[in-house]
Design a binder for this molecule. Structure first.
Ligand code: G4P
Length: 529
């Protein structure tokens, strides 16, 4: 893989690519992701006021909070992208839904980033969801920058937190800044490489340089304690290595307080200096490099009704190479159809606007009427498909009970559309019995009910079915698959793409099938193309 950020970019396109940083924030709820996002956007000048990114309860309400259910529960269901500029970099921050139930969306979003910021609450350390999301990042070796937040509160010893990162995530942790005091005594940060001191009270401006100047800036006890810690840190911790970070083995660590807007600039500078520009990506037939002139992109997210006034459907596409120009034609390789990109959109915290041009690494929203699906590849004509936008086997399977039998056709259409959007998975049994819906988390069922009612006027309930598990089936030899399919029709269904899925009542039954059919693979993750 070439690294656009390190080699001197030679073409205008390569220069645009080299200045892009496309990233997501991973954290456990309450660690401070929303607060940090607001502060990052403020630095980028993307929004004027803090407190506008996500509604929490009733107080902070924004447009992104478009859905009734989201408002009620005070969680962000929407995955959106926020673009801002800082220094000479263009940052694309892909927001991941905060709630555990929406992990599938989150996972897909992480297929579209080049790096991630891991926010850790300094008092709590690594929490469950952080670890889970970290594991997803590790699958793709996504480089991770760590921000240890809430240093202004009672927090754990920095060494202890670093140790926990190393032990629980098997990731080397190298602090690039060091906290001067903590809790009520948190006074600022010391940058290890340069000795630059920034004080909380100084609004983050550089207050001095070098350990010797600490004594003049903070209390003698605090200065002595910090010097001692710095000495220990230098002796005990791994030095920063860019390659190791880029390969996903080491995380640079910053300390701060998102709430007090402290340490956020260090983090942004760190992202600008260290985080990778867009990288090459494997497609089925070849590897695609971001500096290639011809545009390629893949869809990682589809969202309906972002704006209740326009019942549109937006496909979020991550550009993998080249440049997208408004009005250009693109080939949707799944269907070999050509589509016109007449109104691609960029997103900001509050607004969207037409994208006249976008470059590899950028994310654009493409309005469409159901043509684009998750996992789709767009090119300037070449017949390739990107791999690796996964579908996950549902953990809950239900039959849909229709309150008004006259609406069966409408329900079918609605489920098809919502499945294409990734809200729900629909499995149609081979034997012709009514379709089953599958979701990864229970809250998704509420979202489904809510949307069927409000958008399609269809009221439904859900019933247990005799099936509890679903696995995609495939085999190296077509004859093996055919034999399996012929022998198990009553437990088979097809998914949205027509791929076969085995349904089982229990893990025991699923294991039995696996034992019996050794040449057939049963998988709980499917790569969507
Ligand atoms: P999330 O998106 O990760 O769920 O976290 P969010 O930013 O909403 O922050 C969770 C709570 O932690 C919020 O308080 C927020 O103000 C607080 N917080 C975030 N960063 C810091 C920090 O650096 N220091 C301190 N002391 N607190 C921080 P809340 O009371 O739950 O919500 P709110 O009513 O203040 O919005």
């Amino acid at each position: 893989m070439t690294d656009a950020a390190l080699s001197a970019p030679s073409t205008p396109l390569a220069r645009e690519v080299a200045r892009r940083r496309t990233f997501a924030i991973i954290s456990h709820p309450d660690a401070g992701k929303t607060t940090l996002t607001e502060k990052l956007l403020m630095f980028g000048g993307a929004i004027q006021l803090a407190g506008q990114v996500k509604a929490k309860g009733e107080r902070r309400r924004t447009k992104s909070d478009w859905m009734g259910i989201e408002r009620e529960r005070g969680i962000s269901v929407v995955t959106s992208v926020m673009t801002f500029e800082y220094r000479d970099c263009v940052f694309n921050l892909l927001d991941t839904p905060g709630h555990e139930d929406f992990s599938e969306d989150t996972y897909r979003t992480l297929t579209a980033v080049d790096s991630a910021v891991m926010v850790i609450d300094a008092a709590k350390g690594i929490e469950a969801r952080t670890r889970k999301l970290f594991e997803v990042c590790r699958l793709r070796d996504i480089p991770i920058v760590t921000f240890i937040n809430k240093m202004d509160r009672e927090s754990r010893d920095p060494f202890e937190i670093l140790d926990e990162i190393e032990k629980t995530l098997a990731l080397d942790a190298t602090p690039l800044t060091w906290p001067i005091g903590r809790g009520r005594d948190f006074a600022g940060t010391y940058e290890l490489a340069t000795g630059r001191i920034r004080l909380v009270d100084g609004g983050g401006d550089v207050a001095g340089t070098g350990e010797d100047s600490l004594a003049g800036l903070v209390s003698p006890e605090r200065a002595a304690e910090t010097q001692e810690e710095l000495e220990l840190a230098r002796g005990a911790l791994k030095p920063f290595e860019l390659d190791s970070f880029r390969e996903g083995h080491l995380t640079p660590v910053f300390f701060g307080s998102a709430l007090r807007n402290f340490g956020v600039r260090d983090l942004l500078d760190g992202l600008a200096d260290l985080a990778p520009a867009p990288q090459g990506l494997e497609a089925d037939k070849r590897a695609v490099k971001p500096e290639e002139e011809r545009m390629t992109a893949f869809v990682f997210k589809v969202q309906a009704n972002m704006d209740p006034n326009h019942r549109d459907r937006i496909a979020f596409a991550r550009l993998c190479s080249g440049k997208l120009t408004r009005g250009m034609k693109a080939r949707l390789t799944r269907t070999a159809k050509t589509i016109g990109l007449h109104a691609p959109q960029f997103f900001f915290a509050q607004d969207r606007q037409l994208a006249e041009e976008a470059f590899a690494g950028d994310v654009v929203g493409i309005p469409n009427h159901g043509l684009l699906r998750i996992g789709d590849t767009l090119t300037e004509g070449e017949d390739i498909a990107f791999l690796g936008v996964p579908s996950f086997a549902p953990e809950i399977l239900r039959r849909v009970r229709l309150e008004d039998a006259m609406k069966a056709k409408k329900l079918k259409q609605a489920l098809q559309e919502l499945a294409e959007e990734g809200v729900v998975q629909v499995f149609r049994p081979f034997d012709g019995s009514p379709a089953l819906v599958g979701v990864v988390g229970p809250l998704q069922l509420d979202v489904l009910t809510d949307r069927l009612k409000s958008e399609y006027g269809v009221e439904v309930g859900f019933e247990q079915s005799q099936f509890a598990l679903a696995r995609w089936v495939s085999a190296a030899k077509k004859s093996d698959l055919d034999e399996f399919l012929a022998g198990n029709r009553s437990s088979l269904a097809e998914d949205l793409d027509g791929d076969p899925v085995l349904l089982a009542g229990s893990a025991f039954q699923m294991n039995r099938a696996q034992e019996r059919w050794g040449n057939v693979a049963f998988t709980d993750i499917k790569d969507v193309r």
